[in-house]
Design a protein around this ligand. Structure first.
Ligand code: KG4
Ligand code: ZN
Length: 366
């Protein structure tokens, strides 16, 4: 049995988790900072790093207690060390180094985005079921797979050869889809963080009531663009802007919307955003066939993989194409440390360890 402690602090969640054999989640503690950032309607980096500092030790302690793990039983300490907000990353990386050094355990640095693609493999099934982990988890994708990471900071497509080998094949050229959701929520006067509110409101609306654009870029492009959709929603809700810069005024405000209109706009936005993702996934699948390396399964991960319409449409796409679909359980869509500890198991098996020089890196390694 292999037990790995994972730590995640790349953005606004302070998280720690103990995962057994790469897929059995023994604990998954997440201290969210949403309350601290709500009034700014976005993450304020300085507030985030200070909050990580205050919360990291209690979160670590709770993760060990809930896992009923003694420090000496750990086989390694893993930490998401890239990409993310640098001040936030440094807190998790420093904590991981301190724990690894004091316990004489190997340290493993993990790419946060690659870890999102590992999240579907995780489960908190009772310990007895978990003994299957040594063989092969049912949730494990068939490789090569096509991966889509959709979050507040990332919207990227990957060719996935194994849990640790992922190659980017497309990315957003402007906003991430989660960021577009968060901005749509501001435009519609909905709560923070926006994604779940837009998703819920959209379920009451008619997606055909308004037509919003699907930006597909070039005919073969696997890149994404969501800034046009966001602007189209802004103009549809508030009318044409007059003036420039700080003097811009609009014909209407979000307060003028009836509940039914707000729901229709949310539904139209959601339909356009998710359609765009599905079209790109289909395109990437077609290209993988044309290249003679057909994807065997579809993996999604990241905060927006919690979206009801995306989960449905990816499941349908998998059925149409006869592919296995790997979608994280809701608990592992948003930022968490279980995905860090789970993925680290594969580095542990390959004896790929880092030294105490491990840096925190703001950008993606690729
Ligand atoms: O993965 P995550 O926790 O953090 C990043 O790495 O960015 O993703 C957070 C993002 C936010 O933009 C949030 O609005 C979005 O995921 N999100 C959703 C839903 N739940 C969370 N977007 C659409 N529908 C949802 N149900
Ligand atoms: Zn994330």
């Amino acid at each position: 049995m292999t037990l790995i402690l994972g730590i995640e602090s790349s953005c606004d969640e302070t998280a720690a988790s103990v995962v057994q054999d790469g897929c059995v989640v023994r604990s998954n503690v997440i201290a969210s900072q949403h309350d601290l950032h709500r009034r700014y309607r976005g993450v304020v980096p300085e507030i985030a790093s200070r909050a990580h500092l205050e919360r990291i030790l209690p979160v670590l302690q709770q993760a060990m207690q809930e896992a009923r793990a003694r420090p000496g039983e750990l086989d390694a300490v893993a930490v998401g060390n890239r990409p993310g907000l640098i001040g936030s990353l440094i807190v998790g990386v420093s904590a991981a180094k301190a724990v690894a050094w004091s316990l004489h355990k190997p340290l493993i640095g993990i790419d946060h985005v690659t870890a999102h693609l590992y999240a579907p493999t995780l489960s908190n099934t009772a310990y007895t079921n978990a003994l299957r982990a040594d063989t092969e988890s049912d949730a494990a994708p068939a490789y090569p797979a096509l991966g889509l990471v959709v979050s507040g900071g990332h919207t990227s497509l990957y060719r996935v050869q194994s849990p640790t080998q992922v190659q980017p094949i497309g990315r957003t050229i402007d906003d991430a889809v989660g960021e577009a959701y968060d901005k749509a929520a501001v435009i519609l006067g909905l709560g923070y963080p926006g994604g779940p509110h837009v998703d819920k409101t959209a379920q009451q609306g008619n997606p055909q009531a308004v037509r919003l654009p699907r930006s597909l870029l070039g005919k073969d492009s696997l890149d994404f663009s969501f800034s046009g959709l966001k602007t189209a929603l802004l103009y549809a809700v508030r009318g044409k802007p007059q003036g420039r810069g700080g003097n811009t005024s609009f014909e209407r405000s979000a307060q003028d919307l009836t509940d039914a209109q707000r729901a229709d706009f949310a539904a139209a936005f959601q339909a356009a955003a998710i359609d765009t993702l599905i079209i790109k996934l289909s395109r990437a699948l077609d290209q993988s066939i044309q290249q003679g390396r057909p994807a065997q399964s579809l993996i999604i991960g990241g905060g927006v993989s919690a979206n009801s319409l995306l989960r449905q449409r990816v499941t349908d796409l998998g059925k149409d194409r006869g592919l296995k679909v790997c979608i994280p359980a809701m608990a592992y869509c948003l930022d968490n440390a279980a995905m860090i500890a789970g993925l680290a198991y594969h580095h542990w098996q390959a004896q790929q360890f880092d030294t105490l020089e491990l840096p925190a890196i703001a950008t993606s390694a690729r």
